[in-house]
Design a protein around this ligand. Structure first.
Ligand code: SF4
Ligand code: SF4
Length: 480
């Protein structure tokens, strides 16, 4: 090893007496993986999810609702529009609940069948799949790509590579554009991009997200899963011996070795693995699943499809590599017994928590009051005598109408005898998904109570839909 090579991190191995000054590299130089194309049931599932997720991601920002973009996260206005729902900063509980649901769903799916998210729906997997498909269409199959990369630079090689990178960049920038379209109205975004009138943040995020997609799906690929994604590191905490993992049936496969299709493997002392290496060639992370479960395995099941094709050609039963739990492999459990063990305390708890949270959120959203009110006491003037025998306190009442139709509201107060609202023209109009700050003066006769602080309620009610009402607690000061 060259000690001056900046691409390796050299260390001196500690106490080993025979090689006290021998340098060991902690960093493996990446070998480019030329993934072999694979067909089969799991590949169809993966592509189905690529289409489904991308249809949603690219399509949703173009949908309209009530004359506006159906899904729009207006950071500047601090309003999230999700179809008929308008969420305000006060609704942060829903975002929290969404994150908890996502976390528990991930725990549940991982406990049941390992890295389902990584293998089928993670953006890194999805975009790598799309980019690899483009690469295959432009540069050819695995062997052609290896040959092209190994050849000297020529005009033809330059053109082929340039076409591939232009196609990758177009998709990456469209992805960045779509991402920003969730935060800034997507229809105006295109015109502003063409006329160079994008805001600095819009331009930054389109380029940043676009180049992250280009770099991660085009170049980094399996390295993101192996070195950057934290999920691979803590997933083992969610696995147990009944979790379905992609597993090689060692008992059935060994002793591995090549043979003719007509030969009887048993008489030759061979198992079903013909050692063709196809499971390694189709693996996007370049690992050999026959060595057992490894943290690099993203659970994409490409090796299952690859091996099943080999088993078909050899006339052997499929499933030498398959979804199986450790208990099922060791105990020779049949499929029904293995699937039955999916229901166990861990998965039952995750499912129970998920059902409770989803139900609570559903009920909360269904009963959600679109009227929100904030009452702030004017701290500058606690109490004053506005007219002989009349004590006045001043408040600021913020009325938030999260509904998509304009409404009018009245303000009243309760809690002290003869309390009246002054200084505000009623009813108060508040626009659709709008807010209005109203200064309010509450007045009571000087003998309405003993000196000191009195609890009161400020009641805001819609005139066009009286069941929309909020009662906010506050206090009224009577001077000594
Ligand atoms: S694809 Fe199947 S038969 Fe071929 S090496 Fe892998 S496990 Fe063995
Ligand atoms: S070993 Fe490779 S091909 Fe097989 S599931 Fe894991 S990542 Fe996919």
């Amino acid at each position: 090893m060259n000690a001056n090579d900046p691409s390796v991190i050299p260390i001196v191995s500690a106490p080993a007496p025979a090689a006290a000054d021998e340098e060991v590299s902690l960093l493996e130089i990446r070998k480019k993986i030329y993934v072999r194309a694979v067909h089969g049931g799991f590949a169809r599932w993966r592509w189905g999810l690529v289409f489904a997720t991308q249809l949603v991601f690219y399509g949703v920002p173009w949908l309209a609702w009530n004359g506006r973009q159906a899904v729009l996260f207006e950071i500047a206005e601090r309003k999230f529009y999700i179809f008929g729902l308008v969420l305000w900063p006060q609704d942060v509980i829903y975002l929290t609940a969404l994150l908890i649901i996502a976390a528990f769903a991930l725990f549940l799916f991982t406990a049941v069948a390992g890295r389902l998210w990584c293998g089928y729906a993670c953006p890194q997997t999805v975009y790598t799949e799309i980019f690899m498909w483009i690469e295959k269409k432009i540069e050819g199959e695995r062997v052609a790509r290896m040959k092209l990369d190994g050849s000297a630079l020529s005009l033809e090689k330059f053109v082929v590579k340039a076409v591939k990178h232009v196609a990758w960049l177009a998709i990456a920038l469209w992805t960045g554009y779509t991402f920003v379209g969730y935060f800034s109205p997507i229809r105006g975004l295109g015109i502003r991009a063409i006329t160079w009138q994008l805001g600095p943040w819009e331009a930054f995020w389109i380029l940043f997200y676009g180049f992250a997609t280009y770099g991660n799906a085009g170049f980094m690929r399996e390295q993101v899963c192996k070195y950057m994604c934290p999920y691979a590191r803590f997933q083992s905490a969610m696995f147990d011996r009944d979790t379905l993992i992609i597993a090689y049936d060692r008992e059935r496969g060994e002793r591995r070795g090549p043979r003719s299709r007509k030969a009887d493997p048993k008489s030759a002392g061979l198992g079903d693995c013909v050692d063709c290496n196809i499971c390694v060639q189709v693996c996007p992370t370049g690992i050999d699943i026959r060595k057992g479960l490894q943290y690099e395995c993203i659970g994409c099941a490409a090796c299952i499809d690859g091996c099943d094709q080999v088993m078909d050609r050899m006339g052997y039963p499929k499933g030498l590599i398959r979804y199986a739990s450790e208990n099922a492999l060791e105990g020779h459990l049949d499929r029904a017994a293995m699937l039955k063990r999916m229901l166990r305390p861990r998965t039952a708890i995750y499912t129970g928590v998920l059902v409770v949270i989803v139900a609570a959120i559903g009920v909360s959203l269904a009963l959600r009051n679109p009227l929100k009110v904030d009452v702030i006491r004017d701290r500058g003037a606690l109490a004053r005598e506005s007219a002989p025998g009349v004590i006045e306190n001043v408040y600021r009442v913020q009325i938030m109408n999260t509904d998509e139709s304009a409404r009018t509201f009245t303000i009243a107060a309760t809690g002290l005898p003869d309390v009246t609202v002054a200084g505000v023209e009623q009813p108060i109009a508040v626009g659709a998904a709008g807010t209005r700050l109203v200064p309010v003066r509450l007045q009571v006769p000087v003998d309405a109570g003993t000196p000191g602080s009195h609890p009161i309620e400020i009641v805001v009610q819609s005139t066009d839909e009286p069941k929309l009402v909020r009662r906010e607690k506050s206090t009224f000061m009577l001077p000594r």
